[in-house]
Design a protein around this ligand. Structure first.
Ligand code: ATP
Length: 271
């Protein structure tokens, strides 16, 4: 096992029971390293296993096999007992979900939400305004509850709350998928700035290749639970080698886009 890098996932495998006693493999032997301050994209179609990998990283799904290490230290599959150990674990990896509405407490204003996270981690609550400012939320938004914020503002708040913990790694699962493209661009720019300012590493899970192209250095392409291609994002998305990556790229509407090419690429894929 390599020991360099901030985050290491080694042979992560997860299966789920199927009716009839067999098991469905959602992720199989997924291995990658993310360097300090790096940004890794995990792409693939719906059902390829991206979310399963993201959830294993933060401990929401327990791998059948494989290990996750942060700075060479293995993460226990179970949440540790004791407040200090739990908080230390939370500081390693934070997650931002597609729909922050579900994960935000509807009763708390944006400022209260961030203050609560700071307090929990024994940090100075007066830092809340600076964090909200960092994600582009001003005084009016600071006093608003989630239902009074737009989708993009809610996602900014979810990011601010994650940053309050001062994490080493931020895992974002389809974090901009529900936003319209101009808001997506703003959030992607924000994430890039935050990465530059704080050195937080990003693991960016998305079905959207254009999104991953903007915010990641390296990319993994997943199909049916397996990594079928990996490498620098620009290289993989400009000159893909695997037929599945070619299919994903052929499926993106754009200039000279021809749905027939995507259909042909899919027909040529090995099953
Ligand atoms: N709790 C579960 N029980 C059974 N099967 C599951 C469970 N969670 C995921 N799966 C299956 O595992 C596979 C991978 O799912 P996963 O959610 O990781 O894919 P994904 O690439 O993130 O897809 P999407 O983009 O649609 O979320 C799918 O076939 C899914 O049906």
């Amino acid at each position: 096992m390599t020991t360099d890098g901030l985050l290491q996932a080694e042979n992560l495998t997860k299966t789920y029971p199927l009716p009839g006693g067999e098991r469905h493999t959602a992720a199989e032997a997924v291995t990658f390293t993310v360097p300090r301050g790096g940004a890794l994209g995990i792409v693939g179609e719906s059902g390829s296993g991206k979310t399963t990998v993201a959830r294993m990283l933060v401990g929401l799904v327990r791998p059948d096999r494989g290990t996750i290490s942060v700075e060479g230290k293995p993460r226990e599959p179970r949440t540790p007992r004791g407040k200090a150990a739990r908080l230390a674990r939370a500081r390693e990896i934070q997650m931002v979900f597609q729909d922050p509405y579900i994960s935000l407490d509807p009763r708390l204003t944006a400022a209260q939400c961030v203050r609560t996270a700071l307090r929990l981690h024994d940090k100075d609550e007066s830092g809340a305004e600076a964090l909200l400012d960092q994600v582009g939320l001003g005084t009016r938004e600071a006093g608003a509850r989630p239902r009074e914020l737009s989708g993009g503002q809610r996602q900014r708040l979810a990011i601010a709350r994650s940053l309050a913990v001062d994490p080493r790694i931020l895992v974002l699962d389809e974090a901009v998928a529900a936003l319209d493209v101009s808001i997506q661009a703003q959030i992607l720019k924000l994430l890039d700035e935050i990465r530059g300012e704080t050195g937080v590493a990003l693991v960016f899970v998305s079905h959207d290749l254009a999104v991953v192209r903007h915010v990641t250095d390296e990319v993994l392409v997943m199909r049916r639970g397996r990594v079928v291609e990996r490498g620098p994002t620009d290289g993989v998305l400009t000159a893909p080698e695997d037929p599945y990556t070619k299919l994903l790229l052929a499926s993106v509407p754009g200039e000279n886009w021809d749905p027939a090419n995507a259909a042909r690429a899919r027909a040529a894929l090995p099953t």
